[in-house]
Ligand binder design. Structure first.
Ligand code: RNT
Ligand code: ZN
Length: 425
């Protein structure tokens, strides 16, 4: 299993693949150069089961859950950064980090509405040294004032105000990241608010959420440094019957406000509903999108991303539509039943592979066939494309970037597990 192809074999396979694609009019080198410009935002929370460092004893709440107890999870920001360094070494290209507010670093306890840039200096220093951009999220869960399942839509104005202040503080920290690192931070608001059982009043919580969001975004922040996004959801654990921030709610919000990005999480819709089909519609009305690429499995919206039809369809849409400059690609899953670094690497490499496959498509040829009404040829070609040698191109891309080929990254993760993770108990 550990037998890897030699460099000569990899190069030979690549050249053959390049000719096969050239015959279809696809310039492989151009596709790889484009791929190299795409940064994926790696979510910090896969590394420690969405725990954060604000209060190591606090449980995860908000209708999301992590299962599994694989040994070796990161317990400090330092350990998390060490793990991230390892994972980034397994990914071809330059990528970003997606942080949550609870990953702050401070000697003393800081209230959520009092978080400031200084609590994230360690992250900025690390990101600068390693050329990562940072994206951000206020954390509106795992907190006593979110325990009854409501935050920005809470009936108590004092509690709403607390969370409004937290979100404003988060946007300012986002701007700090953007300014310090020279690349805009996308700050994404997701709230858990909803009811377990059928509500009587579906309107009032949404009116309150609308008012809270307007208060949060009233403060002008330079869009060169920070971009705001809002994320909808269909249901969560304990909010099965009603979620205040539904898709319609946030779509309307983003469209009507004009300067807020919409975040589409692929695990947040009905099981047969794919966000792939939403991208071209939404981008007619909003300037930019944030994607949380994830994988829903029954009740869970956050399984590790695999290279399945759904992942492919999402990234194909981004590429086919020419949307790469308007779509921010982030990952969102958490699995504690397998090696956490492997979970990250598997998901991120799969998102990159899906992008590569999409970039290697002779889209114009397919589009012409479609326009001519030749659906027979369209289907033949789409199916035959599934057998094209993109694997040889991917291997070459990894070789060029000096990252492990094929499952070679497993060996590195196992070695890291023995060297570092096994000592964390
Ligand atoms: C929850 C949302 C949200 C979270 C992170 C931790 O359903 O998907 O994006 O996963 O904020
Ligand atoms: Zn999400």
């Amino acid at each position: 299993m550990n037998q890897q192809p030699t460099e000569t074999q990899l190069l030979q396979a690549y050249e053959m693949a390049r000719d096969r694609y050239a015959a279809l009019g696809v310039d492989v080198d151009k596709a790889l150069d484009r791929l190299a410009q795409i940064s994926i935002s790696l979510h910090c929370w896969q590394g420690d089961d969405v725990g954060g460092f604000e209060n190591p004893d606090a449980g995860l709440s908000g209708g999301i859950a992590v299962t599994g107890n694989y040994p070796g999870k990161a317990r400090t920001a330092e350990e998390l950064r060490q793990d991230l360094d390892m994972v980034f070494r397994l990914l071809p290209g330059h990528h970003r980090l997606n942080l949550h507010a609870i990953y702050l670093e401070s000697e003393k306890k800081i209230e959520r509405n009092e978080i400031r840039p200084e609590h994230f200096e360690g992250w900025v220093a690390w990101a600068r040294a390693n050329h990562h951009g940072i994206d951000f999220n206020p954390t509106l869960f795992s907190h006593p004032l979110a325990d009854d399942g409501f935050t920005l839509a809470h009936p108590d104005p004092g509690i709403r105000q607390f969370w409004i202040e937290h979100c404003i503080a988060a946007r300012e920290i986002g701007a700090y990241f953007g300014k310090e690192l020279g690349t805009p931070c996308v700050t994404n608001v997701w709230i858990p608010d909803g009811y377990k059982d059928t509500p009587v009043d579906r309107l009032a919580p949404r009116e309150r959420l609308l008012e809270s969001l307007d208060a949060i975004f009233a403060k002008e922040i330079d869009r060169r440094y920070n971009l705001d996004a809002v994320e909808a959801k269909l249901f969560g654990i304990g909010s099965e019957s009603y979620v205040v921030g539904s898709h319609e709610f946030y779509l309307g919000y983003a469209v009507s406000r004009g300067n807020v990005l919409l975040c589409l999480d692929s695990g947040h819709f009905h099981p047969t509903e794919s966000i792939a089909d939403k991208i071209s519609s939404v981008l007619l009305y909003v300037d930019e999108l944030l994607l949380h690429v994830s994988r829903g499995v029954r009740w869970d919206s956050d399984h590790v991303v695999t290279l399945n039809d759904d992942t492919l369809a999402i990234l194909q849409e981004v590429v086919r539509g020419g949307f790469l400059d308007r779509v921010h690609i982030g990952l969102d899953f958490f699995d504690a039943s397998i090696n956490r670094l492997a979970a990250w690497a598997i998901g991120a490499r799969n998102a990159l592979k899906a992008l590569l496959i999409a970039l290697l498509e002779p889209t114009k040829m397919l589009r012409d066939l479609e326009l001519q009404g030749d659906f027979t040829s369209r289907l033949v070609l789409l199916e035959e494309l599934k057998m094209m040698p993109f694997e040889a191109v991917w291997d070459y891309y990894c070789l060029r970037a000096d990252v492990p080929i094929g499952w070679g990254y497993l060996e590195e993760i196992k070695a890291y597990e023995a060297r570092v993770l096994a000592k964390r108990s």
